[in-house]
Write a protein that binds this ligand. Structure first.
Ligand SMILES: C[S@@+](CC[C@H](N)C(=O)[O-])C[C@H]1O[C@@H](n2cnc3c(N)ncnc32)[C@H](O)[C@@H]1O
Ligand SMILES: [Zn+2]
Length: 275
């Protein structure tokens, strides 16, 4: 079994009924919602780091509609294929948000074999409050993925879906022969929505990113047309995107009047193998 490390002294953390505790007696409460907060206040760069309550609620609402279900299925099947020959693999969802994909991967792995341990890490406590309730068999922790509470070379697979790429830390925790799987937007991801927001929308840059310590072994693009109904669902999707922060007022206002949007979700899944 893989245990998490104490963020203060790096000794193994042992899970009790209501807390995690290390041999030096540093303890971290298990929240009622099923996660532990391992982010030391000295490591917080802002008072409330990561995604806000509103961003988390918007994502939860949109993902709950099933519009990105095709990505969840594809990511889960990819993880199952990559892990099929391993006994009790250790899987980490780095920047897991509300755990939508973490739960999908966990379920698919459990149908095939018994995973050693599945971790979901995110720096937003609001995201973890919602993730922790979804699947108690997953170990959920508030933490920075740039400094994960895991031993070096202890993970078989790190998933990184629309979250910051903590390249050096991923190379540290993934064991040789293990994998990093990233999900990033395709060139035309949500292009029809961008046509409403901007007079001259650009296509996303999809140049592959080299990750030191890994070789890229697979890259696959998936695409599906989505029919979004009603202003609320469209707004929830908009709030999940980086455009929410950078679109000028006129563009936002144009989108706010749209009742029905047909737009493609396009994702690139990239597999890297640790050498
Ligand atoms: C766009 S969301 C994606 C969440 C989830 N993977 C999904 O696709 O639904 C990015 C997530 O990264 C988290 N995040 C940002 N910086 C982080 C860090 N340094 N450590 C851990 N999580 C971080 C945010 O809190 C947010 O939940
Ligand atoms: Zn300790």
């Amino acid at each position: 079994m893989t245990t998490m490390k104490c963020p203060v002294c790096s000794e193994p953390l042992i899970r009790g009924e209501k807390e995690y505790r290390c041999g030096k007696n540093h303890s971290f409460d298990l929240a009622a919602q099923g996660y532990v907060n391992l982010l030391l206040s000295s490591k917080k760069h802002t008072a409330v780091p990561g995604d806000s309550k509103e961003m988390v609620a918007a994502r939860e609402q949109f993902l709950g509609s099933g519009a990105y279900g095709f990505l969840r299925r594809e990511a889960a099947q990819l993880c199952v294929r990559l892990m099929q020959d391993r006994r009790a693999p250790v899987v980490v969802d780095a920047g897991c948000g509300e755990g939508y994909y973490t739960c999908g991967v966990s379920q698919a792995l459990r149908e095939q074999q018994s995973p050693g341990e599945i971790f979901g890490f995110d720096i937003s406590k609001f995201a973890l409050r919602s993730a922790g309730k979804k699947d108690k068999s997953i170990t959920w922790a508030v933490d920075s993925i740039f400094d994960m509470p895991l031993e070096t070379a202890s993970a078989d697979l790190v998933l990184n879906i629309f979250a910051p790429l903590a390249a050096e830390e991923f190379a540290r925790v993934v064991r040789p022969g293990g994998y990093l799987v990233t999900v990033t937007p395709g060139a035309e991801h949500l292009f029809e929505m961008k046509q409403i927001l901007y007079p001259q929308p650009y296509r996303n840059d999809i140049e592959p990113i080299a990750v030191p310590g890994f070789v890229q072994t697979q890259r696959l693009t998936i695409r599906q047309t989505m029919e979004l109904e009603g202003r609320q669902q469209i707004k929830a999707l908009f709030q999940m995107t980086p455009y929410f922060w950078r679109t000028p007022k006129e563009g936002r206002e144009r989108l706010e009047t749209v009742e029905h949007l047909t737009t493609d979700g396009e994702f690139i899944l990239t597999v890297y193998r640790r050498y």
